[in-house]
Design a protein around this ligand. Structure first.
Ligand SMILES: Nc1nc2c(ncn2[C@@H]2O[C@H](COP(=O)(O)OP(=O)(O)OP(=O)(O)O)[C@@H](O)[C@H]2O)c(=O)[nH]1
Ligand SMILES: [Mg+2]
Length: 241
């Protein structure tokens, strides 16, 4: 079995080399794909150097900062073309502990999407300002109520897809970024009949580098929920007519 960890990066030079080493040590089936948006800090050059010596490291460099959602989609397409059975999403900033990767692999025996969940067994977030934690919890609650998604942590970016999910969805349709990308992938997969499950993780605030989080990402997530709801309601109505 081959498994690919897709790691989108923008200015993660201070994290990426160490992260790649730890990810590849976490399980022998794992390979890593960094999708870098031409980071000015030279992230891609550092990865290219490592990839020369290690065939388990792969790199896609895009021309400019095109957004997190499309970086994941580029990684998913690469994974499908290169026959990986499992495909992971993971941040480069050590918020996601690579030691959990084997738990996600184990979860993939039971679920089509395994979500590394901050809110599965209580709340397990370390070093986040209370404001941000409340925002994230409210966002998940909002998504659960409006979309009926059976998931506690709807915006987690640490997860594992079975390749059949990525094959089964029309990736060209997924246009959103950041948190809304996570919501959109979860909802489309759920509506297509795939099984979503959660394994608890401890989420840590980023270790180095700078946040790309902003209020636009939050508003986009609030909106995408309604966009998806109406898209699927409309589709159902058309099917009934
Ligand atoms: N390729 C690419 N990667 C991105 C882009 N925006 C963010 N990233 C990466 O996506 C991951 C998640 O972004 P973060 O900035 O950590 O977002 P966050 O976790 O919500 O916020 P902080 O942890 O506070 O920074 C990191 O590895 C980023 O480097 C982008 O436009 N393109
Ligand atoms: Mg982060």
């Amino acid at each position: 079995m081959r498994a690919l960890v897709v790691i989108p990066t923008y200015n993660e030079r201070d994290n990426i080399e160490r992260l790649l080493r730890v990810v590849l040590l976490a399980d022998p089936v794992l390979e890593a794909l960094v999708v870098d948006d031409n980071s000015p800090d030279g992230t891609a050059a550092a990865v290219r150097e490592m990839a020369k010596a290690d065939p388990r490291i792969h790199l896609i460099v895009r021309a400019a900062k095109l957004g997190l959602g499309s970086a994941y989609v580029a990684g998913f397409r690469y994974a499908l073309e290169n026959n990986y059975a499992l495909v992971f999403e993971m941040d480069a900033d050590f918020s996601h502990d690579p030691a959990v990767l084997p738990d996600l692999i184990a979860g993939a025996k039971k679920y089509d999407i395994v979500i590394g969940s901050r809110y599965k067994n209580g709340i397990s977030v370390v070093n986040w300002p209370l404001r941000r934690l409340i925002l994230s919890l409210m966002a998940s609650l909002y998504v659960r109520i409006i979309l009926g998604l059976p998931v506690n942590d709807c915006t987690s970016g640490f997860k594992c897809f079975n390749r059949r999910v990525l094959e089964g969805l029309d990736l060209g349709k997924v246009k959103s970024d950041g948190y809304s990308f996570q919501i959109e992938m979860n909802y489309r997969a759920h509506m297509a009949g795939f099984r979503l499950g959660e394994v608890p993780i401890i989420f840590n605030d980023r270790r180095a580098g700078h946040s790309k989080m902003n209020s636009k990402i939050v508003y986009e997530a609030l909106l995408v929920v309604w966009k998806l709801l109406f898209e699927f309601l409309f589709k159902r109505k058309k099917e009934l007519l």
